[in-house]
Design a protein around this ligand. Sequence first.
Ligand code: BJW
Ligand code: ZN
Length: 260
Amino acid sequence: MNEKLERQIETAAEIIAAAQHVAVLTGAGVSAESGVGTFRDAQTGLWARFDPQQLASQEGFAADPGRVWRWYMHRLDMVQRARPNPGHVALAALEAMTPTFTLITQNVDDLHERAGSRNVLHLHGRIERFHCNGCGLPYTLHPQDRDAPMPPTCTFCTDYVRPSVVWFGELLPAHELAEAQRAAGTCDVFLVIGTSGVVYPAAHLPRIAKRRAAPVIEVNPEESALSDMADIWLSGPSGELLPRLLEAIRLRRAGQANVS
Ligand code: BJW
Ligand code: ZN
């Protein structure tokens, strides 16, 4: 690891170790090293020729419900086969050593929870949950639905069933969004990990923190739409950098405990 990055990690660790309230926003990049494809990187295989932004919308679902259903079943399978990576594990460990910790994720997978994170706000819903697109009635997925060419239909209103995720043009869950905004407005430091920062209102959260003078620390191998406003940009994969950051925070926290 280069010297500049080492110094940046030390500075970030110092800020995080001194914080009472740490807020974190994660995106698809945090699950990339678990084998779950990101949104805006080129898709692979069967789905390479489709634009995810077209599939994740009411318009896309109306145009071809079977295609959207098969895409989500393919992704559900991918998520359920995946395992949390060292980045997820480091965030769970950081939560355990931080007085107040809010993990805000745009991801629809449950890899944070499976890594041991407790206080997780899912801004864009959950891929393993389902409801009717017409009347909202919850739906329990049956094994035969996974290979079906079309979505199942609702027993109450006969409309199509869909995954309980937030598509473009749809409102985010009100409680999760309010809690995320509250955390951004009250935290001592805000971490942005593995997101391109182009989807709103999630991308506004680091700006709320910054307005309240909380430093913003980004972890991403590529420059994102939020890199310019970040106080520190740790350039690299979160599965490698978060464990290193955690170790540096641990050493500082241990030092603090010895002094007090
Ligand atoms: C690594 C890595 C490694 C790689 N380690 N990093 C204000 C301004 C402009 C537009 C709007 C606005 N307010 C609302 C809008 C409209 C719209 C929007 O934001 N559009 C923009 C695209 C312009 N927003 C909405 O419609 C939202 N609803 C809303 O606001 O309702 C009110 C309203 C309605 C209508 C009009 C106005 C207001 C809803 C947004 C829902 C987003 N849903 C999706 C799909 C979820 C379901 C599913 O999974 O299928 O959520 S879209 C998709 O993008 C998904 C993601 O959660 C989200 C963010 O993507 P993310 O996580 O950032 O992934 P990527 O792929 O973009 O980036 C990955 C990053 O990882 C990259 O940076 C890599 O470098 C990095 N990386 N490997 C760390 N190893
Ligand atoms: Zn219904």
